[in-house]
Design a protein around this ligand. Structure first.
Ligand code: MLT
Length: 406
């Protein structure tokens, strides 16, 4: 008899964003004449940068010629892209990494989910609350989260990030093996200073813990002194894996490309205490289960780092951050309290007193035809909030705020 992975039935019926999409589709079917504005899932609306499109065209032409076509890509990525990544994302910030510490992939969602393959199911896991649901769900699938009672997983250490603590999660008072940090944060849009991030690195060094650092939104940082990479902190290459994505930085949500940094200095242990380089384990995992990101896509990603690419991408990021400003200031003028939106494309909005996240979601959908993401979908500490994204078009962003003011 075939048996299932019994961790799956412990999960909620559907992934957060699938559940929201279903609700919105039901509303659309019942109200086909209504014009819905989505400030829900963080999906981009602006076209790819011309430099990226040109690079893709060129790569397509190459693939159509016998002398320049490419077959399987190297599993960890082409050297041309890895060198561009190292030079632009790290060396320019004074961080020294080697090309074989970079693993190009089809995006940070897959990598943050798959990384658990090389880690023991018995490891204890800490997540901030609210949190990007992929970290929690994938650990639940692997059996690392325990059992779920009333929305709380028995083996997870929850680290609330709420207005009362300035959205700064506390350092656990017990030893935790794996810690997920996402900064700039999805969903709250808040950041950690270098000093605050250093506390985590110090904790991990002291406890031989692993930090899984998701920096998918680093390109949206506007304030000086906010770290863009965890490797800006001394000692971090010994304790942290960093995930990066071109999805939001360069509008690649439909193109799919990201990368993961697994430093060679980063060690983990078996039950006897024997040391292993996670870089070698991840390489083994990727070369077995992944056949590389498409050549055309990697050429597109390389173009993100060209002089024109950088300029064009900056313009798009500035466009989205102007949307963030419009949402934030618009909501504040309407009397809402909101957080984030300054170093991240997400605005974390407090619902009016006494209204739950899902009630407010329904209200915005039914009364104003605006889609947001209910905060409680990201965890219990997200109750009483909704998340709005700045990735809409300018017209829709302005229109959404006007509708809420009516
Ligand atoms: C989000 O809305 O949180 C993101 O778009 C989801 C993702 O990147 O997978």
């Amino acid at each position: 008899m075939i048996q299932i992975n019994e961790n799956f039935p412990k999960l909620s019926d559907s992934y957060l964003f699938s559940e929201i999409a279903k609700k919105v589709n039901r509303y659309k079917e019942a109200n086909p004449e209504r014009n819905i504005i989505s400030l829900g899932i963080g999906d981009v609306t602006q076209p790819l940068a011309p430099a990226v499109v040109a690079a893709m065209h060129k790569a397509v032409e190459e693939m159509g010629e016998a002398s320049t076509m490419r077959g399987y890509a190297p599993e960890s990525g082409y050297l041309f892209l890895k060198e561009a990544i190292i030079r632009n994302d790290f060396h320019q910030r004074g961080i020294s990494l080697d090309v074989d510490e970079i693993f190009v992939s089809d995006g940070a969602k897959s990598d943050t989910g798959n990384i658990g393959d090389v880690l023991d199911a018995g490891n204890t896991v800490a997540i901030t609350d609210p949190v990007y649901p992929v970290y929690l769900d994938t650990n639940a699938m692997a059996g690392r989260a325990g059992d779920c009672h009333n929305g709380r997983w028995s083996r997870i250490e929850y680290l609330p990030a709420v207005p009362e603590n300035g959205f700064i999660p506390r350092i656990p008072d017990r030893k935790v093996d794996m810690i997920y940090l996402c900064y700039p944060n999805n969903p709250t849009g808040t950041t950690l200073t270098r000093e605050q991030l250093k506390h985590w690195v110090d904790y991990a060094l002291e406890n031989k813990s692993l930090i899984l650092f998701d920096a998918a939104y680093e390109a949206f940082i506007t304030q000086e002194d906010i770290p863009h990479s965890i490797y800006e902190i001394e000692g971090a290459t010994q304790v942290a894996i960093e995930f990066r994505s071109f999805s939001k930085t360069a509008g690649f949500t439909g193109v799919r490309c990201g990368y993961t940094v697994v430093p060679k200095a980063l060690k983990a242990f078996d039950k006897t205490g024997k040391e292993y380089a996670l870089n070698a384990l991840w390489n083994r995992r990727q070369s077995t289960k992944f056949n590389g990101t498409a050549y055309i896509v990697q050429r597109a990603a390389e173009a993100v780092y060209s002089p024109e690419g950088k300029k064009q991408i900056r313009q798009t990021i500035d466009y989205y951050m102007e949307n963030a400003r419009i949402i934030k200031e618009g909501l504040n003028a309407l009397g809402y309290t909101s957080y984030g939106g300054v170093n991240a494309p997400y605005i974390w909005v407090q619902t009016p007193a006494g209204i739950s996240s899902w009630e407010f979601f329904d209200k915005l959908l039914n009364e104003y035809q605006i889609v947001c993401t209910p905060g409680v979908g990201f965890g219990a500490s997200g109750e009483g909030f909704v998340r709005m994204t700045a990735f809409g078009t300018r017209d829709n962003t302005i229109e959404a705020i006007q509708r809420m003011g009516r």
